[in-house]
Design a protein around this ligand. Structure first.
Ligand SMILES: [Zn+2]
Length: 137
């Protein structure tokens, strides 16, 4: 068993492995799987699923680490803003009974304010500018 592990380590030496794009591709594959299932198997989606699978495996064993890192960076450039926005949206919904979220008009920092209806003057903690906030409900 140790011999096999050594061989695997030696085999993977210099190869790219797993990154965020890999997990993104897994999610894409699962989404395609369910879409394909709902549409009762479409040839194009079948083909696309194979392409995703082959691309995933190819990236893990690739020795061109620089190219794979570049692909991952491009993916993260698209994915990170989506992740940040969706995390904030979930938080806004979760805390909607007690807090309101407002953007500072000077520095665009998102502020979490206690839910008190009416007009308030708020000082931004990051740029120290004052601005008016109206919380309706
Ligand atoms: Zn500010």
């Amino acid at each position: 068993m140790a011999n096999f592990k050594d061989k695997l380590v030696r085999f993977m030496n210099g190869r790219y492995g797993i990154d965020e794009l890999y997990f993104g591709l897994i999610v894409l594959y699962i989404v395609l799987f369910f879409v394909n299932y709902a549409l009762q198997r479409v040839f194009i989606i079948d083909l696309l699923m194979w392409a995703v699978l082959i691309f995933m495996i190819y990236r893990i064993f690739s020795r061109n680490v620089q190219a794979r890192t570049g692909e991952n960076e491009k993916f993260l450039k698209i994915w990170n803003p989506i992740r940040t926005t969706s995390k904030l949206t979930i938080r806004r919904i979760k805390e909607s009974k007690t807090h309101r979220f407002r953007k500072c008009p000077h520095c665009s920092t998102m502020l979490r304010l206690p839910r008190k209806t009416g007009k308030h003057t708020v000082e931004c903690p990051s740029c120290h500018h004052d601005f008016e906030v109206r919380i309706r409900l």
